[in-house]
Ligand binder design. Structure first.
Ligand SMILES: NC(=O)C1=CN([C@@H]2O[C@H](COP(=O)(O)OP(=O)(O)OC[C@H]3O[C@@H](n4cnc5c(N)ncnc54)[C@H](OP(=O)(O)O)[C@@H]3O)[C@@H](O)[C@H]2O)C=CC1
Ligand SMILES: N[C@@H](C=O)C(=O)O
Length: 256
């Protein structure tokens, strides 16, 4: 029997497309988002098309009670073997134009919920020696130059968390993937002009590429990176610094 996949942010865009693709692979689904009507419409279309079983968990992942309900489902439902941590929002504009409430809400959704859901399911996956956690990050988390300070910081968190979890959980049989999309045509770009939208990646193309990385068990999937060796060089440069982090003395340039 095919395993169940829980997808957060499944009511539109990338999450709805993951739901579609996993249903077509024969997986049952648990779909999470706030908009129950959109989840029900997707579930009824996918059930009709594929025959899989779909449950809906309506909730706002920034609300502690709703987040705990999804955590409990991940902890207790042993049929769930894949978590797609996709729900997220963007926050554009300058940092000084954003309020502490905007910033706090974004961090709650894009980082706290992602880490708590992974935390809820990881011990069960590790005990089973199987399971997969897919975290939807963004290229923005690698590019402070794009000017989306808090959004980019949340995505840097997601990429870092994914890399660390891959190191800890990989040897225990759990696959962890960070997917780093670039601009992709979804509702997250509401209000953006048609010409800009037209230049973005199609959401089906993005998710199909991400699933190629998933099937290859890649730790980092960066679909628009033309030369994969650039990521390896970037990682090699970072790792070359790591031995210095254990030094007990400042470098010569900081000594009087
Ligand atoms: N599109 C792009 O260009 C890129 C997107 N990404 C990332 O992809 C992910 C999906 O975004 P995308 O599909 O583009 O955008 P959408 O706006 O289309 O989808 C966002 C999803 O998250 C859900 N969501 C939003 N807020 C909450 C909340 N408080 N609680 C529960 N669910 C919530 C929405 O459902 P509902 O409103 O029903 O709750 C929706 O299903 C995000 O993490 C985003 O940062 C990364 C790089 C590029
Ligand atoms: N969601 C997009 C920005 O708003 C992105 O990550 O590119």
């Amino acid at each position: 029997m095919a395993s169940t996949v829980l997808v957060t942010g499944a009511s539109s865009g990338i999450g709805a497309t993951y739901a579609d693709r996993f249903a077509r692979r024969g997986h049952n689904l648990v779909l999470v988002a706030r908009n129950a009507a959109r989840l029900e419409a997707l579930a009824s279309r996918l059930t009709q098309d594929t025959g899989v079983t779909i449950d809906i968990l309506q909730g706002d992942l920034t609300r502690p009670d709703d987040l705990e309900a999804v955590e409990a489902r991940l902890r207790e439902d042993t049929r769930i073997e894949v978590l797609v941590n996709n729900a997220g929002a963007a926050l554009s504009g300058s940092f000084i134009g954003q309020t502490p409430r905007d910033v706090g809400r974004l961090i709650a959704l894009n980082t706290t919920a992602v880490a708590c859901l992974a935390s809820a399911v990881a011990p069960r996956f590790a005990a089973a020696g199987a399971g997969a956690i897919v975290n939807v990050s963004s290229v923005v988390g690698l590019a402070p130059e794009f000017g989306m300070s808090v959004y980019g910081a949340t995505k840097a968190f997601v990429t870092f968390l994914s890399q660390s979890l891959a190191l800890e959980l990989g040897p225990r049989g759990v696959y962890v993937q960070a997917v780093l999309p670039s601009a992709t045509r979804t509702d997250i770009w509401d209000g953006v002009d048609a010409a800009r939208l037209a230049s973005m990646m199609d959401v089906g193309t993005l998710v199909d590429a991400a699933l190629v990385g998933f099937d290859r068990r890649e730790a980092i999937t960066l679909p628009v990176l033309t030369d994969a060796a650039r990521w390896d060089d970037y990682e090699a440069a970072r790792k070359a610094m790591v031995p210095d982090f254990a030094c007990s003395q400042p470098a010569a340039r900081y000594q009087g």
